[in-house]
Design a protein around this ligand. Structure first.
Ligand code: MRU
Length: 339
């Protein structure tokens, strides 16, 4: 175990009862902070992906809820507006439930709870990072997908947090960041975070993963999650499922890193997870430049579901779930609740 501190990258700031979000749509070349003053502003920022990544969405929604309490708004409507912003990441609903079940409209109490949710997420990521890194061999080469770092969380990250922790332990030889079409979270955000931390890494286009794996150039795939069901199935960024199939085919290991707030034990399997469909324009154009023929249709599911049997281990702040299943997931929660 190594002493870890959150990375310098920060995407969410609460100052003087105002919420500031680093605009992830224009990173890495521009760093612009957007101020939110209401729940409606906050919901739009989540929907339009100013902020993204499951834990970051949850933290932001909690602050959005607190912002509205400061304005004396209707808290039932506030819950509804924020809950409608994005459908797949369960952390959003988890955070809103946690705020609502405080059972108060007292703004100071709600602000304090949102700050607690934010701080707890950073602590969870640091613990998860240590648990995940503990199973990494010396000289490991890791392939990761999407962005799961400090930008996607309160700090440090989930999958990228495990990579950071393993790097700090001196175990990592090479990281591959998949570019993650169509929104390019890997190319724009993960590459930027890896560069800030001077971690040895290369960017690859998504289609290169199979060839890299066939050449034996990677040992582990490590990804985050937007929702994990009671049987250990995982919804994560589109393209995750194909990486899991490829990893199994090539005899590699596959890890999912996620806090307990990403589990949805009310769903028995991944088939029940709502998958967000995003605009066709994200596929047919890049940064406003049309690349497909005009009016050519596209399909843009933002997430896919990886069945538990393709996952070797899930790293959480409460420990590791080896061979995720209904039984092993339940056992971790029982242990966590007993502590
Ligand atoms: O559409 P996004 O960018 O919000 O999707 C993010 C992901 O899929 C991440 O892998 C997931 O939220 C885990 S982030 C710690």
């Amino acid at each position: 175990m190594s002493a870890q501190s959150p990375s310098r990258v920060n995407a969410i700031e609460w100052r003087n009862n105002r919420l500031y979000l680093l605009d992830q749509r224009i990173l890495p070349h521009e760093q612009v902070w957007i101020e939110c003053t209401s729940a409606a502003d906050t919901a739009i920022a989540i929907r339009d992906m100013v902020v993204r990544g499951a834990p970051a969405i949850g933290i932001t929604a909690a602050y959005g809820y607190a912002l509205e309490a400061l304005r004396g708004g209707d808290m039932t409507e506030t819950f509804r507006v924020l809950a409608a912003s994005r459908p797949t990441a369960v952390n959003l609903f988890w955070a809103l439930e946690r705020m609502a079940t405080l059972g108060t409209t007292d703004a100071a109490s709600l602000v304090a709870e949102a700050i607690r949710i934010h701080e707890e997420d950073i602590a969870a990521n640091l613990a998860m990072g240590n648990h995940g890194a503990s199973v990494m061999p010396e000289g490991v080469r890791i392939y990761t997908h999407c962005n799961t770092g400090a930008l996607a969380t309160g700090g440090h990250g989930t999958a990228l947090g495990v990579i950071r922790s393993a790097w700090n332990d001196g175990k990592v030889e090479q990281v591959y960041a998949g570019e993650t079409r169509p929104w390019l979270q890997g190319a724009r955000l993960t590459a930027w975070e890896l560069q800030q931390d001077n971690i040895t890494a290369s960017l690859v286009c998504d289609g290169a993963a199979a060839q890299l794996f066939r050449q034996g150039k990677a040992d582990w795939v490590i990804v985050g999650a937007d929702r994990i069901t009671a049987n250990g199935d995982v919804a994560n960024k589109i393209g995750t499922y194909s990486l899991a199939v490829l990893a199994r085919h090539h005899g590699m290991k596959f890890m999912v890193a996620a806090p307990l707030s990403t589990f949805d034990l009310s769903l028995s399997s991944g088939d029940q997870i709502p998958i967000e469909q995003r605009p066709m324009s994200e596929v047919t154009s890049i940064k406003g430049i049309q690349i497909a023929p005009h009016e050519f249709p596209a399909i843009n599911p933002s997430f896919d579901v990886t069945p538990a049997e393709l996952i070797d281990v899930i790293a959480t702040e409460a420990g590791l779930i080896h061979n995720p299943s209904k039984e092993t997931v339940a056992a971790l929660f029982a242990r966590a609740r007993a502590e």
